[in-house]
Design a protein around this ligand. Structure first.
Ligand code: C2O
Ligand code: CU
Length: 563
């Protein structure tokens, strides 16, 4: 195995991801950031210089466990101090497992500002993944707003709330005033324009004005099998992807092999990644659309399109049939049947047969002093000024709220109705978990503030993978435990809860550090939708000083060195 070195500078750049010029966060002048490609067992060494003018930055390596390097997880206020303008921080960590991953900003809403890129890990030399293909393509999906993230953040923390882009379903009080996002494939999309309806040739409105926003072309040969790596780092949108006339065989989810199954379209939520195999067995004289549409919210956005170009056809030859239609945005049964089909590939590691602890997390939308928030067991996460990893490791007093957050919610709570008392509290308290213990977490969805509204939330766990042991509708009950799938549950790092439903996960807390577990929808996390897990912090090795150079840990370092 090797060490792979990268030297990056994060800064605002001009770009036209959907043919409209804006500023966004690029890396070395590129958007999306450079793709990291490595082999399992390699060490990644990224020297990250912050060239933003007036704000800090961090980068999180989504899906990488950071075993033994919790300070490299790249979460502001949790694993490290944000890197100040003009300063450099070195991220050094091992990638242990082949798979499709990505990285992104994890400070404020910097991910939504465009700070992301792909991280692909191939099998180690001499190892093989259990499927074959002739070529591969990488598709990083995202959504892009014309409103700056500063405008978005101020709107989200205003009273009344000003929601970003897409209005929330039926929630008139929180209707957006802004245009919907553009869906992007590898950082490219077309705003307010459907290429299929307005062919590239002969339409001014939709002719990509720069190569920044020209549709992605997948150049294929007939009768071959291709691996499509698909990851979603959307700020908000849940997506559905399909290719005209072609079927897909799902083989990987979040860096884990799944029992292969064939579908016509896949759902993908923010924070997830998949690999699918596609065989180019259709009429080779035509090209085909690959289309990405929105799930779970009434789409105001036209789908993002890419072209599957059968060689030797010209890539600008328009497909003979229109782009595949995404299922109805609110056809949750379609989404559920896809999620329920994802199971571990035969021979994958099985979960422990019982858990040491169960934490039930009720997801609700609430109010604090009139401001709209998301809360977990009625606590909305407010991150502390001193990152937990340093303050816990050095046992600093009063660095964050003392006491454990609640492990459950009242039995009388009706998940089908808006909260009877929507007032919640804000806190920075953390769940401390016994090292190497097995934990079940039940994510319980509920009604949001408006009647008849319950949203999809993709939950992502840092530092671990978890087994998805069960899903259900309505309120989770004790009897469900006996029905958990302990035989072939899939291992993942992100899982969704469906409207009014629950999802059960199991993981082993074997990675000393402090880890975020949160909804991967950027505005939801910003509104408090997350919790903190800490385990075995006394076993954490030497934290680099640069990760501690803020808040109470900075004072501690200065006091130590005072002559
Ligand atoms: Cu990809 Cu904490 O997120
Ligand atoms: Cu959410």
């Amino acid at each position: 195995s090797k060490t792979r070195h990268f030297k990056w500078e994060v800064g605002y750049i001009y770009a036209s991801p959907d043919c409209n010029e804006k500023i966004l966060m690029g890396i070395n002048g590129q958007f999306p950031g450079p793709t990291i490609r490595a082999k399992a067992g390699d060490t990644i060494h990224v020297e990250l210089k912050n060239t933003l003018h007036t704000e800090g930055v961090v980068i999180h390596w989504h899906g990488i466990r950071q075993f033994g390097t919790p300070w490299a997880d790249g979460t502001a206020s949790i694993s490290q101090c944000a890197i100040d303008p003009e300063e450099t921080f070195v991220y050094r960590f091992r990638v242990e497992k082949a798979g499709t991953y990505f990285y992104h900003g994890h400070y404020g809403m910097q991910r939504a500002a465009g700070l992301y890129g792909s991280l692909i890990v191939d099998a180690a030399d001499g190892e093989e993944e259990p499927f074959r293909y002739d070529g591969e393509f990488n598709l990083l999906l995202s959504d892009w707003y014309h409103q700056s993230i500063y405008d978005q953040m101020v709107g989200l923390s205003s009273n009344p709330l000003r929601w970003i882009g897409e209005p929330q379903v039926n929630a008139s009080a929180t209707t957006g005033r802004n245009p919907p996002p553009t869906l992007l494939i590898n950082g490219r999309g077309q705003y307010n324009c459907s290429l299929a309806a307005h062919p590239v040739e002969g339409s001014n409105a939709c002719r990509p004005t720069s190569k920044d926003c020209a549709p992605v072309v997948l150049r294929v040969l007939p009768n071959k099998t291709y691996r499509l790596r698909i990851a979603s780092t959307t700020s908000l949108s849940s997506l559905n992807l399909a290719i005209g006339n072609h079927k897909m065989v799902v083989v990987e989810a979040d860096g884990n092999h799944v029992e292969p199954f064939t579908v016509g379209d896949i759902d993908i939520y923010s924070g997830e990644s998949y690999s699918v195999l596609v065989t180019t067995d259709q009429n080779p004289s035509s090209n085909y659309w690959l289309s990405v549409g929105v799930r779970g919210r009434k789409p105001k956005t036209s789908p993002a399109l890419a072209i599957v170009n059968y060689r030797p056809n010209s890539p600008s030859k328009l497909p003979e049939s229109g782009p595949p239609m995404a299922p109805e945005w609110n056809d949750y049964n379609h989404s559920k049947s896809f999620s329920y089909r994802i199971l571990a590939r035969r021979g994958a590691p099985k979960p422990p047969q019982s858990a040491d602890r169960r934490i039930v997390l009720l997801n609700t939308q609430n109010k604090i002093d009139g401001y709209t928030k998301w809360s977990i067991n009625n606590v909305s996460l407010a991150l502390p000024p001193t990152p937990y990893l340093g303050s816990m490791r050095y046992r600093l007093k009063n660095a964050f709220d003392a006491g454990m957050p609640p492990e459950n919610f009242p039995p009388s709570y009706d998940v089908m109705r808006p909260p009877p008392n929507p007032n919640s509290t804000q806190s920075s308290n953390a769940y401390v978990i016994g090292l190497n213990s097995t934990v079940d977490v039940i994510l319980q969805n509920a009604n949001a503030l408006a009647v008849n509204v319950s949203e999809i939330h993709p939950w992502h766990l840092h530092g671990h993978e978890f087994w998805v042991v069960g899903y259900g509708d309505g309120r989770f009950g004790e009897k469900e435990v006996a029905r958990f799938n302990l035989k072939n549950p899939p291992l993942r790092n992100t899982v969704v809860i469906f409207p009014y439903g629950w999802t059960a996960i199991r993981f082993v807390a074997d990675n000393p550090g402090v880890w975020a577990f949160h909804c991967h929808i950027e505005p939801h996390l910003h509104m408090g939708m997350g919790v903190i897990f800490a385990e075995g912090v006394e076993h954490v090795g030497k934290i680099p000083r640069e990760a501690l150079a803020c808040g109470m840990t900075a004072k501690m370092l200065m006091d130590k060195h005072r002559p």
